[in-house]
Design a protein around this ligand. Sequence first.
Ligand code: PXP
Length: 247
Amino acid sequence: MSRTLRLGVNIDHVATIRNARGGRHPDPVRAARMAAAAGADGITAHLREDRRHISDDDIVRLTREIELPLNLEMAATPEMLDIALKHRPHAACIVPESREERTTEGGLDAVRHAAALRPVVGRLVDAGIRVSLFIEADPAQLDMARALGAPVVEIHTGAYCDHEGPARARELDRIRKAAAHAAAIGLECHAGHGLSFDTVGPIAAIPTIVELNIGHFLVGEAIFDGLDSAIRRMRALMDEARPAATP
Ligand code: PXP
């Protein structure tokens, strides 16, 4: 059976726990292997400017030792561009980054930063790396992603996950419309940020979304139930919401 919805497991916070003590345990590469065995279709890792979780060495090991495609989340800086071009991950997701934030708090403003993004997207695409832009569910941002030559967008699901009730329903509607717009203009559409067992279903059910990237909740849940079990349950919830295509 071929899957219509891929799961990228973000292993950043395995590295966060490792870095709390500065040693080697727990090893994000081991987590990536476990994710592969539990049904992940890809591994996602964010190399931040301050190296607060994933390290340069993790990126080297993930590209060498893991067979699943690596999706490198990166800011559009000269340093990160050099690293991406050196290691040539399968994919690069360009994210906004500020030192003060606890996590990637909003989408990239591709409209405002178009001039700076254009050459970065171009160099990554020319190197054969599948580029995505992490943006809000906003048609103007999607149109700009396409104009910049990015073949993929990842829609930020943080506001949808943070809200409840009617506000969450409004966010879901915005994501649904954006995902339809992405497909209409020829962009591959991904989604992620803040997704959990409770919030994944309605996002997984959107037919034009083909990949979800999920990390923090899975690593948190692993404390109680193990990483393998957390990933398998997430995978099952995704498949339930969007049955795999029959061959
Ligand atoms: N997608 C992108 C582009 C991200 O930056 C992040 C967080 O690093 C995620 C997905 C995963 O978010 P979470 O860890 O909240 O599941």
